[in-house]
Design a protein around this ligand. Structure first.
Ligand code: NAP
Length: 210
């Protein structure tokens, strides 16, 4: 699948490299091909192509957003997504690892407001980047779970296929408003690992008994 990445830092590079290794074609969407993160990404994986933002979106089936949340409005509002899947990997984080929008609305719903013609799916935020490049846990019979949320079932099916390639089971938590709860899960993970010193290579699993 042709995939575009807006943001190729810690999160974007981990996902893009993993997916490129599984046979997907990656376009780094950046208007400055000489930016430091683009240069680093190309050194890490020379198979990536770099194109200006709108051109990268036009050529791709799915677009990943992995940018600082505070930049999202200015990045997204000039762009045209034409009904394509936009995966929101960003987190609004406020002072003291609080929710950056004071838990009044999810960041993903704001992303949908700023990109009204995209099919927004929230994913890849409940763990740190350490678990996105290689989510393999060979000592366990189950794979780690990736919780997603979105309003379009077809878009979520597409994300589930990408999850499978990356190495995650998918748990569809419901419509995009559920992203608020996923963003709180992010804060839980961040507080445990970044503030309290828990090991970063831990994930959650989904077990269901019928
Ligand atoms: N770090 C984690 O473990 C983690 C885990 C899950 C989710 N998140 C969330 O994911 C997002 C990214 O985090 P990160 O740690 O990957 O950040 P990061 O390493 O700082 O990367 C940010 C990326 O956004 C790019 N960018 C900024 N403005 C841009 C623009 N106008 N057009 C195109 N690209 C632009 C940057 O490019 P330049 O080189 O030009 O600045 C860089 O590639 C954040 O919202 C964060 O909260 C982080």
């Amino acid at each position: 699948m042709q995939l575009a990445f807006i943001g190729i830092g810690n999160v974007g590079l981990a996902l893009a490299h993993n997916l490129q290794q599984k046979g997907h074609e990656i376009i780094v969407a950046h208007d400055n091909p000489d930016s430091s993160s683009v240069t680093k990404a190309l050194q890490h994986n020379p198979a990536f192509e770099v194109l200006p933002l709108q051109q990268a979106i036009d050529l791709s089936e799915v677009i990943f957003l992995a940018t600082p949340f505070t930049l999202n409005a200015s990045i997204l509002e000039p762009l045209h997504f034409k009904g394509k899947v936009l995966i929101d990997c960003t987190n609004p984080v406020g002072p003291g690892i609080s929710h950056g929008l004071e838990s009044t609305i999810s960041g993903a719903e704001k992303v949908q407001e700023w990109a009204p013609n995209a099919k927004v799916v929230k994913a890849y935020t409940i763990y740190g980047h350490e678990n996105l490049s290689n989510p393999k846990f060979p000592d366990y019979l189950v794979r780690p779970v990736m919780l997603i949320a979105g309003n379009d079932s077809g878009a979520k099916t597409t994300v589930a296929r990408l999850n499978d390639d990356l190495g995650f089971e998918t748990l569809d938590t419901g419509d995009l408003s559920q992203a608020l709860h996923l963003e709180h899960m992010t804060l839980l993970w961040v507080k445990m690992v970044r503030a309290n010193g828990h090991h970063p290579h831990f994930t959650w699993a989904y077990l269901e008994r019928s």
